[in-house]
Write a protein that binds this ligand. Structure first.
Ligand SMILES: [Zn+2]
Length: 506
């Protein structure tokens, strides 16, 4: 076992040539037109990124613009690129948000986006997409991390766990821009590590993950079912077909995890703190996808960019071909009225995954136990209110609600409203700090009374498109809520500053 561990650890930063040659032959169809493709060593740096963007803005002033949406922790301005062709008719365009580099050690995510920008502007095979689509592209979401080839932001936070608590300035900047752009479709480009430490313990000499692309789309049950179905059976399905054409291997996202001392696998995701769920909770057609690339330097770099382009353009084509349908389905989702799911449970089943056996250098079928967030079920629910009321407080989360685009009104005078107040009847905070947050777990009881509110307290109607996101942020038991993340500090028997107005139709 010690030998296996060492053997695979040595491979963490370099893929054995025999694996690359047999399973990941390079695709040499790309031209060296992006910064990292132009040079032999290293990836796109900040100056090269800005120059690349400026050049496109200069060449296509009618359709390309860029703005800085904020600053990284180390003071680098964060660019966002807008691409919108002037209409000859008045057709409403579908808005697509794409981002990469949220984890700084996933370079093909950024490079795929730069190449995609180039192709959609320069190549008539792709340029027509802009007749029905406009784009906002955030190519390097975590600049400080990217420049150090480090997953984390400068303060050590994982920006793909920060979507609800919003503790990093990069998150705030992208949330404000995202809400402002208000996309119908969102795609988050990532890369994954094919040689995980615990893979060394599997099979005789360890295994490696053989998939060029893995799709991580939402299993969150507060996302309207039609949105979840469209993501899975239309967008991701089409993207898989386009990968098939290039003989690129794909599947739903899997990762290994320790479960009672054994190594199991999990698939999918249902937590609002990560991008694909957060975006889908905005009633967006959203997916995160992972290209096989972390820890292998520039190995198969063009193949990895091909993976990114293939998925990116497939999403754009699917959006283009189904634009009316998507407008309609999002409008339906915006009136979603199901009960709120407070707690998700993953389904568990035995599964067979493909793996590269490092000892034999052969593709094998690997039997494992799968914990699926993609197929989650509800274990606790609560009725959906008509509105929430939040009392003025010093916790700072009202600003966060505003930043993610939640609509609310301030009460204009002191008033009494029949409403439910949350009292904490069970309280736990004796578990480890997560992402620098002192987590809390609560159970609340709700009592309906005539409660007094003051001028300046805020009323949040649930008759808005972000209602499904609102429940994940405000319902205290929701695992990524402001209470769970300790942003609203509470204790046993305390009342929360959050109230709810009952929907009498429920
Ligand atoms: Zn990532």
């Amino acid at each position: 076992m010690i030998f296996n561990f060492l053997a695979t650890n040595a491979q963490l930063n370099q893929e054995p040539k025999k694996i690359t040659n047999k399973f990941f032959s390079e695709l040499n169809n790309l031209e060296n037109i992006t910064p990292a493709l132009k040079k032999k060593k290293g990836f796109t740096n900040y100056e090269e990124l800005i120059d690349f963007i400026d050049e496109k803005v200069k060449k296509y002033p009618e359709s390309v613009s860029s703005s800085f949406i904020g600053e990284s922790q180390k003071g680098k301005k964060i660019p966002l690129i807008y691409i919108k062709k002037k209409n000859h008719n008045d057709e409403k365009k579908l808005k697509v948000w794409m981002q990469g580099g949220l984890h700084g050690n996933e370079p093909a995510s950024t490079e795929s986006l730069l190449y995609l920008i180039h192709l959609i502007l320069e190549d008539s095979d792709y340029n027509y997409l802009l007749n029905k689509i406009e784009l906002a592209i955030l190519p390097m979401a975590n600049i400080d991390g990217f420049l150090k080839n480090d997953r984390y932001a400068a303060n050590g936070l994982d920006l793909n766990r920060d979507h609800t608590k919003m503790m990093a300035p990069e998150t705030k900047a992208s949330k404000v821009a995202f809400a402002d752009f208000d996309p119908h479709v969102a795609l988050d480009f990532h890369e994954y590590r094919p040689f995980r430490k615990d893979f060394a313990q599997l099979s005789s000499f360890g295994i490696a993950n053989p998939y060029d692309v893995m799709f991580l789309h939402t299993g969150n049950l507060n996302v309207p079912e039609n949105i979840r179905t469209i993501i899975d059976t239309l967008f991701v399905k089409n993207a898989k077909k386009s990968l098939d054409k290039l003989n690129l291997r794909h599947r739903h996202y899997i990762k290994s995890e320790k479960y009672k001392g054994e190594i199991h696998f999990s698939t999918g995701s249902n937590t609002a703190r990560s991008s694909s769920n957060f975006y889908a909770l905005n009633n967006g057609i959203a997916t995160l996808f992972e290209i096989r690339g972390v820890g292998i330097g520039k190995t198969s770099f063009k193949r990895r960019i091909n993976s990114g382009l293939s998925v990116g353009f497939s999403f754009l084509k699917t959006a283009y071909e189904n634009s009316i349908f998507i407008f309609d389905e999002i409008a339906k989702a915006n009136t979603y009225s199901n009960d709120i799911v407070l707690e998700h449970q993953r389904s568990v089943y035995s599964d067979v995954i493909k793996a590269i056996d490092i000892g034999s250098n052969e593709m094998i079928d690997f039997e494992t136990t799968m914990h699926s967030s993609k197929d989650s079920y509800a274990i606790s629910k609560r009725d959906r209110p008509l509105a929430y009321i939040v009392k003025q407080n010093n916790f700072g989360f009202i600003e966060k609600l505003k930043d993610v685009g939640v609509d609310y009104v301030e009460l204009q005078k002191d008033t009494v409203i029949y409403s439910g107040s949350y009292r904490v009847i069970e309280f736990y905070d004796n578990f480890k700090v997560y992402e620098k947050m002192r987590m809390q777990k609560v159970v609340t009881s709700i009592e309906y009374n005539n409660n007094g509110f003051s001028k300046g307290d805020i009323l949040i109607s649930m008759n808005q498109k972000r209602s499904n996101l609102i429940v994940e942020l405000l319902e205290p038991e929701a695992p990524n809520s402001y209470v769970s993340f300790g942003i609203i500090n509470t204790s046993l028997n305390s009342q929360l500053p959050i109230y709810r107005i009952k929907n009498l139709n429920n």
